[in-house]
Design a protein around this ligand. Structure first.
Ligand code: ADP
Ligand code: MG
Length: 685
């Protein structure tokens, strides 16, 4: 088992140079090589007649051969063996380079099966260096009917991969099967999985289509299994820790009654789930997912009320200063009247104020600290931290979250995300967290009317915006982030503002907001916008989170084709917040599928979960998860959508194992534990 973790250099013919090339394919160990699966297969089962073959076609043929001539190379030239192959429909020339010894095996009358690319040459059809077997020979059984095609880099050849993988598989064949198996036996039997050895042989070199299917099934199961059990094992470990049990049901009830609106059923349910966690002796690890505007802050505040009720402190982190400040305002407004003191700690505080804030946090006169990453600065010490909330967590590195958690005695952790992903998927990607979903919007929200428009219709779009502005409404104009260069990005935004102010929108006040501005500048612009002094706000994607101006009812997104659906949805969430009908225009260059389809989805759907589900169907989970696309999350064969059924079964199986043996300490789980520890160590996050 262990030796599969050996570096691929342990293979004959692989030295440091090749090792580097293999690293480009993410192949580091022998196991990585075995799990470098073909991206497709070449079907060599159909045997064509010479007359049926088209030029340039790759195909199998069965021919009787007659040697034509062998030529030894002079000097450095290649040796050449040429044959004529015939079937009952015609004949063709087969050339082998550098294999002079073949002339001894291939004698007149020999029947052979070949697979190669057929071209037209001066003497009619021909093929060079085809794969072949001699019929009636004992090699006949080794004819590879379904041939693997591998993902490659330019420095690793297909032939080389095939050779090395064959070699490895051969070595494995000589071992006892139980030693090589990595899944627990009961699971193999119950799920009728094929053995690991057979699966790997067939995924690389399938003999039959059916064998390939069986192999795939087993490997998909295996991949999901190790992902799920690793994440859930991690969670089980957290549950063994001692946290700070918090009561506070009564206080939270009281808080809900002070709100100017009725909490939605979804909010109540999620708050109930959180209170249930907080009561327990183990620290909470919960993710709350809710679409933009679903009211996550109300839920977060409920948890903070419980923390304060237990005479402990809570912290809430936001990814930007603007958002932190906004939370600070909201929390102060709703929680101060309940006797909970709120403090704001951000990077832009003067040193003196910062110091005073830190002092209050240490003494415990502040119950709830709101801030940016400054909250996790070295100098911040809490008197009694029991709860950490991160908002829009996808913007935080996992490590930052850990640092903050390290500041209390195993504090409860609540993560809030507005990147809605389907619940089943969330369970997996956040297998180390519990998941709550706010799946309902507060009453009375009007869906934003959304329209995609090509650039040539741009003037008309801006005319429509003017109509809204004339009614006293306000508008956002968003320009995309240009990945390569923040400066370019900035210039684009500045140009756009100038252009709009100078021409189309010259009768209105057009402001500019971008990421390079200081906090003070941003704050001033936002204040002017909120106060209505600025009517149109041109902005880079910094408006994505946290800006709340109900009078803004229009958004234009320039080059909308460059954004992901999830991001478009987030941006659009900035409007449609007041009583007026809102409009969103997606300006785009000429686009092809699937981009066109994505823009259509935005026109049709207003539900973040539905949008992300569709986005996933079109693009696959790739871009959506950012951070989590590494290490153990990097699936090679399993697909969250195609294989949902298998995934569900895996989930059940994993649950059963961990329920019986949460720490994986039983003798029968020893091997499993070893594999998981190894994975956790390799993919530390
Ligand atoms: P998000 O989930 O995007 O963070 P917020 O917490 O900012 O959403 O809430 C959006 C707006 O909806 C806020 O103005 C908030 O006061 C309001 N809100 C939250 N819950 C309700 C509710 N149950 N009924 C009416 N309005 C609500
Ligand atoms: Mg929010």
């Amino acid at each position: 088992m262990e030796d599969l973790q050996a570096n691929i250099r342990s293979l004959k013919g692989v030295g440091p140079k090749k090792e580097q090339r293999f690293l480009k394919l993410n192949i580091e160990t022998l196991e990585d090589l075995l799990y470098h699966f073909p991206r497709g297969y070449e079907d060599r089962r159909e045997i064509k007649k010479i007359r049926e073959v088209e030029e340039g076609e790759k195909t199998s043929l069965e021919l009787q051969v007659h040697p034509l001539k062998t030529r030894r190379a002079f000097g450095k030239g290649p040796s050449l063996l040429q044959l004529v192959g015939k079937d009952d429909t015609g004949s063709m020339v087969i050339t082998f380079f550098n294999q002079p010894y073949l002339s001894q095996r291939i004698t007149p009358g020999t029947k052979m099966r070949i697979y190669g690319e057929v071209k037209r040459g001066p003497r009619g059809l021909e093929t060079a260096n085809p794969d072949f077997i001699l019929l009636g020979d004992k090699g006949e059984n080794s004819w590879q009917e379904i041939f693997p095609i591998y993902p490659l880099t330019k420095d690793v050849s297909h032939k080389e991969l095939v050779k090395l993988i064959r070699m490895l598989l051969k070595g494995i064949k000589e071992r006892a099967e139980e030693n090589f198996e990595n899944l627990p036996n009961p699971l193999i039997e119950e799920n009728k999985l094929c053995r690991r050895r057979m699966a790997l042989e067939h995924i690389h070199f399938p003999q039959k289509a059916k064998g390939l299917k069986v192999a795939k099934y087993r490997l998909v199961y295996e991949e999901f299994f190790f992902l799920m059990i690793t994440l859930n094992f991690k969670k089980a470990k957290v549950l063994e820790q001692q946290g700070t049990p918090l009561q506070g049901g009564k206080e939270v009830q009281n808080y809900l009654e002070t709100l100017p609106f009725q909490a939605t059923e979804a909010q109540k349910t999620v708050i109930g789930e959180i209170l249930g966690d907080l009561k327990g002796s183990a620290p909470m690890s919960r993710l709350v997912q809710g679409d933009v505007g679903s009211g996550k802050t109300v839920v977060a505040m409920a948890a903070l009320v419980a923390a304060a009720a237990g005479n402990t402190q809570g912290a809430m982190m936001a990814p930007t200063e603007i958002l932190a400040k906004q939370h600070y305002k909201t929390l102060s407004h709703f929680l101060e009247p309940l006797g909970i003191s709120i403090g704001l700690l951000t990077g832009s505080l003067t040193p003196k104020k910062k110091k005073r804030m830190q002092e209050e946090i240490r003494r415990g006169t502040i119950d709830v600290v709101v801030g940016t990453h400054a909250v996790i600065g070295d100098k911040v010490e809490f008197r009694n931290l029991s709860l950490v909330i991160t908002d829009e967590q996808h913007r935080f590195g996992v490590r930052q979250r850990k640092t903050l958690s390290g500041k209390g005695k195993n504090p409860h952790v609540l993560v809030m995300s507005a990147t809605p992903i389907p619940r089943t998927l969330a369970y997996i990607l956040y297998g180390d967290l519990e998941v709550s979903v706010i799946d309902q919007m507060p009453k009375g929200r009007k869906p934003v009317k959304t329209q995609a428009a090509e650039m040539k219709g741009r003037d008309r779009v801006y005319e429509q915006i003017k109509e809204e502005l004339n009614k006293g409404r306000q508008a956002y104009v968003v320009c995309p982030l240009i990945e390569e260069s923040e400066t370019l990005d900035l210039n684009a935004a500045m140009d756009l503002q100038e252009q709009l102010q100078g021409n189309m929108l010259k009768d209105y006040k057009v402001g500019l907001l971008h990421g390079k501005m200081s906090y003070i500048e941003k704050e001033q612009i936002m204040k002017d916008f909120t106060d209505g002094k600025i009517q149109v706000l041109v902005s880079t994607t910094v408006v994505e989170v946290g800006v709340d101006v109900p009078n803004a009812t229009v958004m234009v997104i320039e080059n909308a084709e460059r954004f992901g659906l999830a991001q478009l949805h987030q941006l659009r969430g900035r409007i449609g917040r007041g009583q007026h009908q809102s409009y969103c225009y997606l300006l785009h260059q000429k686009v092809k599928e699937p981009t066109r389809r994505r823009l259509e989805i935005m026109e049709q759907s207003h539900d973040g979960f539905e949008i992300s589900q569709k986005d996933l169907e079109i693009r696959g989970p790739g871009e959506l998860f950012g951070l989590r696309q590494h290490g153990i999350y990097n699936l090679k064969i399993a697909n969250f959508f195609q294989h949902q059924k298998i995934l569900q079964k895996v989930q059940q199986d994993v649950k059963k194992i961990l329920l019986e043996d949460p720490g994986l300490e039983l003798e029968k789980n020893r091997k499993l534990r070893g594999i998981i520890d190894q994975k956790l160590q390799r993919y530390r996050d």
